[in-house]
Design a protein around this ligand. Structure first.
Ligand code: IVH
Length: 703
């Protein structure tokens, strides 16, 4: 360790030393948390942290974005097992104004097909800024506690959660269902947070940046005895799998939670009207500062559970709930430089490197500038003083420039004409369809641009894709730089090649015998992968998670999809028609698929990958259903349910809904005024039923 006293360091030396300390502390964290093999004593580790903190105090301008003192708590690569949620844990849509709330209710009304003036009663409660958790009780006993994770699979933190005083380990009430998953938020109060930080500091340990990080760090302790000393609290607000619900309204279930001994927030309110809901938001805005714990908004839920059931979900959020967020927090800082990031599709994104500043309890060092039009519109320049804001988990943004503080010699921003990574031309294309110039400038280096290749690999291992534990963006970038991984298939041959290599993975910095063994196990675990994840992982332009799922459900197997996409290169083919007839797949998406399969390099990379992994045919969600796998068309006016609801119900039963009638249509549901689609169905001899028959069909299907 450098012996120079902090007071004698020059800014250059301080900067270099902070960089070195960040690297070194990260390495010891990995050794300690991931490999269980610390190389230094706790006292030596604390000394590193203390020196880092002392330099940061003397040079506050030099605090790094990845400063060890802002660490959320090291990621435990192996401490916790994974558990798949019986019912996924979802996120919430956001509202930021009374108008957004009005839109939310309008959508609910339209979906439920109720009149415009009808009030929809809701519950309202604070949105707690903590970590969500799912507590599973069987026969009244707490059997597991699982974090949200990616919504489908989370970490098993049961041993830690059992130490939280407010969470019942056993519920003996007679009406407590045999299977009951209670969901809610784990958080830390302001008072407890301040006391914990004081204790940390007195031990020479780094303090936590905010109560949320403190709660997260405490919950993710590998030793439950440590968690037990941390003052964690819990509020219940939702549920997952339940054998029988205790009530038919949100309010009723929350009352049962309370009766059973679960903490429910005291500000839970029943709002008969939208006006009451908006008033409650303002009340919470007033109370926010004096609650004693962090909240970041108000959550509203449609009260009647039968309506919640009908409204269902879009993608990852329920249609029956919304989070109204408090306005974003802002701060002032300066832009040190405008850098360019190259994405996996070659898009060049300008990013502002900021002098680090704390916004709402989190240190912000970068802000996306979106694209050059946006920079021009706000006239953002290097060395400008700017207002930055951060709202929830959203990427920090630059709101405006304080022009009066602009340096005299400032020059407008000039976009690069070449890719900063591979040097290829960077161009803005004209969209053939609209005749307008694309907002994005793209690197034309395609398959030769290292930035694009690494970004594609990072996407391949990301959460919604292969999600390989221990193989994140950082590791991918390092393996790519060393030539170990150049294409997805290489990930799966890593172990075999490592066995023959002179320089073994376990000898690399940050790795050890145990973590390498875990990595190989995690990779092997993914040799079988669901079809939708496989499709999404390929990073085909315009194919996000939802579209990937849609394709998987429609084609059922990789072979079927690949075959169709290759044949669809001919736009007069049946395959092209079949592809574009899928509701949710437009011509842009279809063309992007065709383009991907048309590229020999892509076919080769996929073939190599398929030697290593097998995408599993999509488990038909409800094959028992009489309409599963069928193509339905709705036409005319539906009187008992909105189009949106009809479509959602059909899809939940595994049917495809198409906008036009063709020879491949299995069933047309026709209301009054069916017009040309009804005519076409009759001509083609497609079966037609009325809305009443449709409702009967649904009743049969859903019991
Ligand atoms: S309800 C299906 N209620 O906010 C509805 N969520 O942005 C599930 N959260 O992941 C969520 N307070 O971690 C609900 N009173 C509250 C909440 C709340 C905080 C969190 C939760 C969720 C996130 C969504």
């Amino acid at each position: 360790m450098s012996k120079v006293p902090v007071a004698n360091l020059s800014p250059e030396e301080a900067k270099a030393e902070l960089a070195r300390l960040a690297r070194e502390i990260a390495r010891h964290d990995a050794l300690y948390y991931q490999n269980d093999a610390p190389e230094i004593s706790d006292a030596e580790y604390d000394a590193l942290q203390r020196r880092n903190a002392a330099i940061e105090t003397a040079f506050p301008d030099l605090v790094r974005a990845d400063s060890p003192s802002n660490r959320v708590g090291a990621k435990a690569a192996e401490g916790f097992g994974k558990i798949t949620h019986a019912v996924p844990m979802l996120s919430l849509g956001n509202a930021f104004s009374d108008a957004d709330m009005g839109d939310f209710i309008d959508k609910v009304r339209r979906f439920l097909n109720v009149e415009e003036a009808a009030e929809i009663a809701m519950t309202a409660e604070p949105k707690i800024d903590g970590l969500s958790i799912s507590l599973r009780y069987e026969q009244g006993k707490l059997v597991s506690a699982v974090t949200r994770g990616d919504g489908h699979t989370g970490e098993d933190v049961t041993a830690n959660v059992r130490t939280i005083a407010g969470i019942p380990l056993q519920v003996d009430d007679e009406d407590f269902p045999p299977v009951m998953e209670i969901r809610g938020e784990i958080y830390m109060s302001h008072e407890d947070f301040t006391a914990l930080n004081a204790r940390q500091e007195s031990k020479g340990l780094a303090p936590f940046a905010n109560p949320r990080n403190a709660a997260a760090g405490s919950l993710r302790q590998l030793d439950p005895q440590v968690t037990a000393t941390r003052p964690l609290r819990f509020f219940a607000y939702a549920w997952g799998e339940v054998s029988a619900l205790p009530a038919n309204s949100q309010m009723g279930v929350m009352a049962a939670f309370r009766r059973w001994g679960f903490p429910v927030n005291g500000y839970l309110r029943f709002c008969e009207t939208l006006a009451e809901a908006d008033d409650f938001y303002r009340e919470m805005e007033q109370k926010r500062a004096s609650l004693g714990y962090d909240i970041d908004g108000v959550v509203y839920k449609v009260n009647r559970l039968d309506l919640q059931q009908r409204l269902g979900f879009v993608s990852r959020a329920p249609r029956w709930a919304i989070a109204r967020k408090f306005p974003a927090e802002q701060a002032i800082t300066t832009i040190e430089a405008i850098d360019i990031q190259v994405g996996r599709t070659g898009v060049l994104t300008p990013v502002a490197r900021l002098v680090p500043v704390t916004v709402g309890g989190v240190v912000v060092a970068n802000a996306t500038l979106h694209n050059e039009d946006e920079i021009a519109r706000k006239d953002i320049r290097e060395h400008d003083t700017v207002v930055v804001q951060r709202a929830g988990d959203v990427i920090p943004q630059i709101v405006r420039v304080l022009v009066e503080k602009r340096p005299k010699d400032s020059k407008p921003y000039e976009p690069p004409q070449t890719c900063p990574v591979c040097g290829s031309h960077a161009v803005r294309e004209v969209n053939a369809k609209t005749g307008k110039m694309d907002a994005a400038r793209r690197c034309t280096g395609g398959l030769i641009c290292p930035a694009q290749i690494t970004e594609r690999l990072k996407h391949f291992v990301s959460r919604g894709a292969f999600d390989i534990e221990g193989l994140g963006g950082k590791q991918i970038a390092a393996f790519f730089d060393d030539g170990l991984i150049r294409q997805p298939a290489d990930i799966f041959t890593l172990q075999v090649r490592d066995a023959a290599a002179l320089k073994k993975l376990k000898d690399r910095e940050g790795w050890g015998e145990k973590s390498v063994a875990n990595l190989f196990a995690a990779i092997d675990d993914r040799r079988k992968i669901s079809l939708d994840r496989f499709i999404y992982a390929l990073g085909i332009r315009h194919i996000g998670e939802t579209t990937a799922r849609l394709l998987a459900r429609n084609f059922g197997s990789w072979e079927a999809l690949a075959g169709a996409c290759e044949r669809a290169a001919d736009k007069d083919s049946e395959a092209w028609e079949q592809l574009t007839a899928i509701d949710g797949i437009g011509e842009v998406v279809a063309a992007s698929l065709v383009e991907f399969f048309d590229e020999a390099h892509n076919r080769k990379a996929v073939a190599a990958l398929l030697e290593q992994v097998s995408p599993e045919p999509m488990a038909a969600q409800s094959l028992a259903s009489a309409i599963a796998g069928k193509t339905l068309v709705f036409t005319g006016k539906l009187e008992r349910m909105s189009r949106g609801e009809a479509k959602a119900r059909a899809e939940s039963l595994g049917a495809k809904v198409s906008g036009s009638v063709s020879a491949r249509t299995d069933l047309v549901i026709a209301g009054p005024g069916a017009g040309s689609k009804g005519k076409k169905a009759r001509e083609l001899g497609v079966k037609m039923i009325s809305e009443d028959e449709w409702l009967r069909l649904l009743d049969q299907e859903q019991g």
